[in-house]
Design a protein around this ligand. Structure first.
Ligand code: NCD
Length: 358
């Protein structure tokens, strides 16, 4: 159980994200989270442990015996996937991660099909899920909802862990984990993530993956973060403030083409027009300098990585898809392994999997 029982909701919600972290851990797990709600819960040591565990699970799963062994690890657990916002990869990769570990799953993918439609509060819905399941993986358009639910459940008589699979415009911690895992694997023989330059491009204002990944990158030494976006969609102040406070090198560039030659990784994002205050507002923004195509590909280092949380629209040309530096397909699959690692670790199976005979 997490330490969220030791603090009231008002006091907890007023804390900084860093100060919230200890309340979300299980004291005996060496910093591993119980609830996963935001990127500030992960330091370098935890990131390295999770990536090592993902590699381990990936390796064990290669043989039939290994895969069957994994299917038994959490065969006694059930997980609820509660997604009240559209999702393909995040939903499916969590589902596949559960299946790898033998977890039985249930899902609600549209609040209109649950009793929320009859006026039930989200608190009551979550309480209902926790009656039947041992973990809740949730995505919601509402910022901070996963935190509130984690507090509610921890203070109920059936606490179960919550994994935030995307909350509003603010956080997407498991996406950031898979992005870090992809970067670690991409730079495995090139000195790791330390010292690299990561260029973020697209809708930096409303993209929750950017905020979560930008924070996780601050755990590495001497990483430079470069932000390229139309003026209307520029990187939010709170993200820049974190970098400034941590002394992380960062800069803003006007066009993607200018930024690509220095990049070790380019992280493209789509325009998040579902958040437009008036319909069609984003369509008026000139995004022509914020697309990755054949010319950008020609400027990218031979060791560079092109990333995207997906779904993409036109911000990466399909002519890049077969280039060995296009990491977005691998990113998707990495998501399944790192989520399997996070789920196994959440249930306390990190050590036994790392030390098992496979
Ligand atoms: C992202 C999301 O939902 O925030 N997608 C994802 O989880 N892979 C990015 C996006 O929708 O643009």
């Amino acid at each position: 159980m997490s330490k969220l029982t030791e603090i009231g909701w008002e006091d907890f919600s007023a804390l900084s994200l860093e100060a919230k972290r200890p309340y979300l851990e299980r004291p005996e797990r060496d910093g591993m989270p119980y609830h996963t709600l935001f990127a500030q819960q992960f330091d370098r040591q935890i990131l390295e442990r999770l990536c090592a565990l993902a590699n381990r699970i990936r390796f064990i799963n290669k043989s039939k015996e290994g895969a069957l062994f994994l299917k038994n690890v959490l065969a006694h657990k059930r997980a609820m996937l509660y997604f009240s916002q559209p999702s393909s990869r995040t939903f499916l990769s969590h589902l596949a991660a559960c299946q790898i570990l033998g977890i039985t799953t249930g899902s609600v993918r549209d609040a209109a099909t649950s009793s929320e439609f009859k006026g039930e509060s989200k608190e009551d819905s979550i309480r209902t899920f926790s009656s039947y399941f041992d973990m809740i993986i949730m995505r919601s358009p509402e910022q901070g909802l996963a935190e509130k639910m984690a507090w509610e459940l921890s203070n109920s008589d059936r606490p179960v862990p919550i994994l935030n699979a995307g909350s509003g415009k603010d956080q997407h911690p498991t996406q950031a984990l898979l992005d870090i895992y992809t970067l670690m694997r991409s730079f495995e023989t090139a000195g790791g993530i330390d010292g690299k330059t990561v260029v973020f491009c697209g809708d930096l204002l409303r993209g929750r993956t950017v905020r979560s990944l930008s924070y996780l990158l601050t755990n590495f030494k001497d990483v430079k973060q470069v932000f390229v976006a139309p003026p209307e969609l520029h990187v939010p102040e709170d993200v820049v403030a974190v970098l400034a406070a941590k002394g992380v090198r960062h800069e803003v560039r006007e066009s993607l083409r200018d930024a690509v030659p220095d990049a070790d990784a380019v992280y493209m994002t789509r325009i998040q027009d579902e958040w437009d205050s008036s319909k069609g507002a984003s369509a008026k923004i000139d995004t022509s300098r914020f697309r990755f195509g054949a010319e950008e590909l020609a400027l990218l280092k031979p060791t560079g990585a092109i990333m995207h949380p997906l779904p993409r629209r036109d911000e990466i040309s399909t002519c890049c898809d077969r280039d060995p530096r296009a990491m977005y397909w691998r990113q998707m699959r990495n998501g399944m392994w790192i989520r399997a690692a996070l789920i196994a670790a959440t249930f306390g199976f990190e050590k036994s999997l790392m030390e098992c005979g496979y």
